[in-house]
Design a protein around this ligand. Structure first.
Ligand SMILES: [Zn+2]
Length: 89
């Protein structure tokens, strides 16, 4: 049964590898379809997708597309810290 499903739906690790491409609409069709099918049935990968989508949204908001990755990570964690502080005050 598992092997039959795997022909049509991606595994968790394949999905994780493909999530950024999936979000950027930058995935070849057969793989995109496999990932989409996996996402429909896997809560864990759905939440991974949502947090990645959120992170990318934050990066876009910060206009971080032109900075290097370490700066991006720093900017995101700074942003998260700021928002946490806002909620606490
Ligand atoms: Zn999964």
């Amino acid at each position: 049964m598992g092997s039959i499903q795997n022909r049509f739906a991606a595994t968790c690790s394949e999905t994780a590898d493909s999530l950024s491409g999936y979000l950027e609409h930058d995935l070849a069709f057969p793989r995109r379809r496999r990932v989409a099918r996996h996402l429909r049935r896997c809560i864990r990968c759905q939440s991974l997708l949502h947090s990645l989508a959120w992170t990318i949204e934050q990066l876009r908001t910060l206009g971080a597309s032109e900075v290097t990755a370490p700066s991006v990570a720093e900017a995101v964690s700074e942003r998260i810290r700021t928002e946490s502080a806002d909620r606490l005050s």
